[in-house]
Write a protein that binds this ligand. Structure first.
Ligand SMILES: NC(=O)c1ccc[n+]([C@@H]2O[C@H](COP(=O)([O-])OP(=O)(O)OC[C@H]3O[C@@H](n4cnc5c(N)ncnc54)[C@H](O)[C@@H]3O)[C@@H](O)[C@H]2O)c1
Length: 254
């Protein structure tokens, strides 16, 4: 059984992750840490990492960007692999993650969903076949009315996947309202829809002449991110120092 410290234990994702772990006999949360929370499950929740002395195989982090520096120092000092799911990290923090990965296993991904990460792989193949034959990539993403950033980080990950497969030839276009001209073949249009309680929809179109290829992902709940984090934790518990992402988890499972 893999033992887990849950960082950000009292947030939306922390609680969903605790539920997923409670239903999975392969894993057990031995402690939670949350600066502003209190104990709610069958594990203690500490307000500071320094109070958490439980032994664990992995840390899962769904907290906030400003908490990640201390987490990295903690994981390195105690040699505990870390699954970092928190988003909005700075370039400096990305560099600190790379440095930490020289001493302990670290997995970072802006989207922990297995489905989205599979699509990222599929898009590379699709782009290599379709783009040189004139199919034009467009991405439509939809989220709930509380989301403040646009486009979503995941839409950018999908666009990057297409762009990398095509040697970076594309620019991204977020708004066509201010111009009256035909579509530039060297662009990927990324459109954002906001409304209601939509958890997350990402629809990638390759629009060709007389046919459209569409690869679509719909998230119905946050559980998909928590499940991905648990899969990542199980993967990471078996690895020594190194920087990993969800592509490595998928690779290991096929
Ligand atoms: N990678 C993914 O697939 C994925 C999916 C969903 C959310 N996220 C990211 O995960 C993070 C958490 O999301 P959420 O929706 O649960 O947010 P949330 O605000 O509901 O929860 C964050 C929790 O972190 C706690 N926290 C704040 N400062 C802390 C500190 N110094 N030490 C420990 N805990 C601290 C807060 O008290 C809160 O309980 C965000 O960055 C979000 O964007 C990533």
């Amino acid at each position: 059984m893999i033992s887990i410290i849950l960082h950000g234990a009292c947030g939306h994702m922390g609680k969903v992750t605790a539920e997923i772990c409670a239903a999975d006999p392969r894993v057990q949360i031995v402690a939670g840490v949350d600066a502003f929370g209190s104990t709610y499950g069958d594990f203690p929740v500490y307000s500071s990492l320094s109070d958490c002395t439980e032994e664990a195989d992995v840390i899962i982090d769904f907290s906030t960007a400003s908490a990640v520096d201390e987490l990295l120092a903690y994981g390195v000092e105690r040699s505990i692999p870390m699954v970092i799911c928190t988003t909005g990290l700075s370039e400096e923090q990305a560099a600190a993650i790379r440095e930490a990965a020289g001493q302990v296993a670290v997995l970072r991904s802006g989207n922990m969903s297995l489905g989205i990460n599979l699509i990222i792989r599929l898009l590379k193949d699709a782009a290599k076949t379709l783009c040189p034959n004139g199919y034009e990539p467009e991405i439509i993403e939809m989220h709930h009315n509380r989301k403040i950033d646009a486009p979503s980080g995941t839409a950018l990950m999908l666009a990057d996947s297409i762009n990398e497969a095509e040697s970076g030839i594309y620019n991204y276009t977020y708004d066509r309202s201010g111009r009256r001209e035909k579509r530039n073949p060297k662009e990927i249009g990324i459109s954002s829809v906001r409304g209601g309680t939509i958890v997350g929809v990402h629809d990638v179109l390759f629009a060709g002449t007389d046919e459209v290829v569409e690869i679509k992902h719909t998230a119905y709940s946050r559980a998909i991110f928590a499940k991905g984090a648990v899969s990542a934790a199980m993967f990471l518990a078996q690895h020594g120092p190194g920087l990993f992402d969800m592509q490595d988890v998928i690779e290991a499972s096929v």
